[in-house]
Design a protein around this ligand. Structure first.
Ligand code: NAG
Ligand code: NAG
Ligand code: NAG
Length: 734
């Protein structure tokens, strides 16, 4: 492995072309392989000064609950290497008291705004650095969200590999621009909470490449420092000792130069993990502190040659190289998880919370204009009466919802609930607000009747399986709103013809009952807005901004329409490529609201599609660089379209490009997302959406050639306002 890695790195730097065109969604150039080459040179120098016990220390956590961070390794004085701090998680510094609770990944994904996502990453990185956190454990791109009810889907960016890939890359580049290591997780096939620590995910070769590995490849291309292996088995072998996925896919095929860190307590054997490609064990012991699989045990394995010295050197070198890559060898702040680091970052939290709101239905009731009386109804309109952080790791569904639950949460520094923000706005408008802060249907009619608008709040929650909330042990048991939300909306709609339903949810809810009520005039999909919940909502309800979020998953008419179930045993991923909209499209099932859908307060027209292409059929031939063969990232076709704001107010549209592979390709989803741009346009203004398609975007994974191949023939190009609202079409030929 050691030698192989060196050869790969050398090849990577040789293969480093001038500059590759990148997809327009990516505007900051990744540091590039030569940055790793320099970091590796420093790592080699440091390694030469390290004893075997130093090397064992750098790869072994100090043990559960034995350091200032959720993960720690001992300092190595001889090389000036610090006690390394690894801390959750994807929403910022977990357990911080002076830090922010950033918006969950799913909200960031539903903005489809790469610059906001990049800024979110940069701010998470800045806060981590301010707290002395060397490695922040995010972003999450696994689960991908193949199960609409998967407990942790909300930590990632949406049920599509391309969207996840673009968002993960921007997040990682943002975090690492602050000099903090980013860990992308969970590698791989960890799509559900049920049995996640015992089950095996058997994923066929094409599906793993085209869906689950895709965002990890983008992360590696963005020079992510580390990858976290997951709890589950893959094809019967634990992910953290799976030679085929760690050494094979990640390190060889994707040329990953960083280190693989275990999920907490996901390591099972001493030698298996070392030989399988894991590089750091966390937290270093089991949760009782008794069982330690590396440390002394790894030392013995190396002394007895069961694990080569070269493999141990390779582990240490990868960890050191990541540290040097982020320039953490000079001026890094000391560890203080409680440091005051908030800055002005709440502006990004509000912007992501707001621009991630998806307007699903509006028959003219929105935006609100100085209503005389508003009724505000539902337990989630107000902050948890016991305090926003009353439940450990947000493991309850009491009060307003801002994130799911589990280790991927943070503490809220403050929480603006919907009622707080609506009340403030109402005061300045002279609006009377009547509140019912419970989900009870009795008495709700007197609150709602006669109001200019009755705003009903409903939720659905989920999280990590170590916490059970109201009987839900991670994955959701159904796609219904909690607390009898359908009945609550029905009761309100009996009393009022001016009902606005606001949904805060970790994933799709079946909306058919609500949709059928004539009194429901608007449905606002407010997602998971974290601490700026109410402010973001008021911005949209009152038209301070036009809503511009788009669904990062499909909202089906029934749970069964998704054609897939959380597995009670192992999962063979028999649905293959057909998850979320790929499944609905293939089976010709009409969803209630499709992937990519979202309304605004204005209208956009699409015109003038233009396609230029130099694409040539055939396999990729480039040398491996971080992310995969270098030529996979060359732009081979460019599509442009004109988008015009033909309505009356400022707004933003997300034109999306979907590609259909030619008939010569093995059977593939009818269409797949391969580009998107967010354009902010004044009324009457036009903008150009430019989609740069890379060789990989046009390719399928050929299982025989073990390579990405551009199929020959005519590709269908569709540009639209959602996955089912294609406004412009064309073709390109390879
Ligand atoms: C897992 O098994 C499937 C089918 O049995 C195969 O296509 C795939 O390549 C295997 N993947 C790994 C990583 O071993
Ligand atoms: C995969 O699992 C499904 C459901 O358990 C089963 O119907 C199918 O036959 C399995 N496929 C394979 C290839 O094992
Ligand atoms: C958008 O267009 C539709 C019909 O094409 C029209 O009914 C509606 O009023 C327009 N909305 C705005 C905000 O211009």
């Amino acid at each position: 492995m050691h030698l192989q890695s060196l050869v790969l790195l050398a090849a990577a730097s040789l293969a480093r072309a001038e500059t590759h065109d990148r997809h327009d969604a990516r505007q900051t150039a990744p540091a590039g392989p030569e940055a790793w080459t320099a970091a590796y040179a420093k790592a080699s120098t440091a390694l030469a000064k390290m004893s075997q016990s130093d090397k064992i220390n750098i790869v072994t956590g100090v043990g559960w609950d034995k350091g200032p961070c959720v993960g720690n390794t001992p300092a190595i004085g001889s090389i000036g290497y610090p006690q390394l701090c690894l801390q959750d998680g994807p929403l910022g510094v977990r357990f911080g008291t002076g830090s922010n609770a950033f918006t969950p990944g799913i909200q960031a994904g539903s903005t489809w705004d790469v610059e906001l996502i990049r800024q979110r990453g940069a701010y998470i990185g800045a806060e981590a650095r301010g707290c002395g956190v060397h490695n922040i454990l995010g972003p999450a791109v696994g689960p991908m969200g193949k199960h609409p009810d998967g407990g942790r889907n909300w930590e990632g960016f949406g049920a599509d590999p391309y969207l996840q890939g673009v968002a993960a890359a921007a997040t990682i580049e943002g975090i690492q621009s602050a000099g903090v290591q980013s860990t992308v997780k969970h590698f791989i096939g960890n799509e559900q909470e049920l049995n996640r620590e015992t089950m095996s995910s058997t994923i066929d070769d094409r599906t793993i490449h085209e869906l689950y590995l895709w965002p990890f490849a983008e992360a590696v291309r963005s020079n992510v420092a580390s990858v976290m292996c997951s709890y589950n088995k893959v094809n019967g072998t634990w992910a953290c000792e799976n030679d085929k996925i760690l050494n094979g896919l990640l390190k060889n095929e994707l040329g990953f130069p960083g280190y693989v860190v275990s999920d907490w307590n996901a390591q099972h054997t001493t030698n298996g993990a070392a030989l399988g490609g894991m590089d750091m064990t966390m937290p270093g012991s089991d949760y009782s502190g008794k069982s330690i699989l590396w440390g002394g045990q790894l030392s013995q394995a190396v002394s007895s040659n069961q694990v080569s010295k070269a493999r141990l050197d390779d582990m240490a070198k990868r960890i050191l190289a990541a540290w040097y890559l982020l320039k953490q060898d000079s001026g890094f702040p000391r560890i203080n998880i409680k440091a005051s680091v908030q800055g002005n970052h709440k502006e990004n939290i509000r912007a992501v919370a707001r621009d991630g709101i998806v307007l699903l239905k509006n028959s003219g009731i929105l935006p609100l204009k100085k209503p005389g009386r508003l009724a505000v109804i539902g337990s989630s309109a107000v902050v948890n009466p016991k305090g926003a952080n009353a439940c450990v790791d947000r493991g309850c569904n009491t009060g307003a919802l801002g994130m799911g639950w589990g280790s991927g949460t943070t503490e809220y520094p403050y929480f603006v609930a919907p009622y707080d923000a609506i009340k403030t706005r109402a005061q300045s408008d002279g609006t009377t607000v009547t509140l019912q802060n419970s989900d009870s249907t009795s008495g709700v009619q007197s609150v709602a009747s006669g109001a200019d608008a009755a705003i009903v709040f409903i939720t659905a929650n989920s999280g990590e399986g170590y916490i059970t909330t109201e009987g839900v042990a991670g994955d959701r048991p159904n796609l219904d709103p909690w607390h009898n939300g359908n009945q609550l909306v029905q009761a309100v709609a009996q009393a009022s013809q001016n009902v606005i339903v606001v949904v805060h949810s970790t994933g799709p809810i079946v909306l058919e009952t609500i949709q059928a009520l004539p009194g429901v005039k608007a449905i606002v999909w407010a997602g998971l807005p974290s601490q700026e919940n109410g402010n973001a909502l008021v911005d949209v309800l009152y038209g301070l901004v036009s809503p511009s979020g788009k669904l990062p998953y499909t909202i089906g008419k029934s749970r069964n329409d998704y054609g897939i179930k959380v597995s009670t045993g192992n999962d063979n991923f028999s649905e293959g490529l057909y998850i979320d909209y790929r499944h609905f499209d293939k089976e010709n099932i009409t969803p209630r609201y499709e992937f990519g859908f979202g309304l605004s307060y204005t209208n956009f027209t699409f015109s003038d599609i233009s396609i230029t292409s130099t694409a040539k059929a055939g396999p990729a031939t480039g040398a491996v660089a971080p992310g995969g063969r270098a030529d996979l990232f060359d732009t081979v076709a460019t599509v442009t379209a004109t988008i015009t704001n033909s309505g009356a107010v400022l707004g933003a549209e997300v034109p999306q490009l979907y590609l259909t592979l030619p008939a010569s390709a093995p059977s593939a989803p009818p269409k797949q997302l391969r580009g998107f741009v967010k354009l902010k346009l004044a009324p009457g203004a036009s903008g150009t959406a430019t989609f740069n398609l890379r060789r990989k975007d046009l390719s399928y994974w050929d299982t025989r050639l073990q390579n990405w191949v551009v199929p020959s023939g005519s590709f269908g190009v569709g540009v639209g306002a959602s996955s089912r609202d294609i406004r412009l079409t064309g073709t390109l030929t390879a």
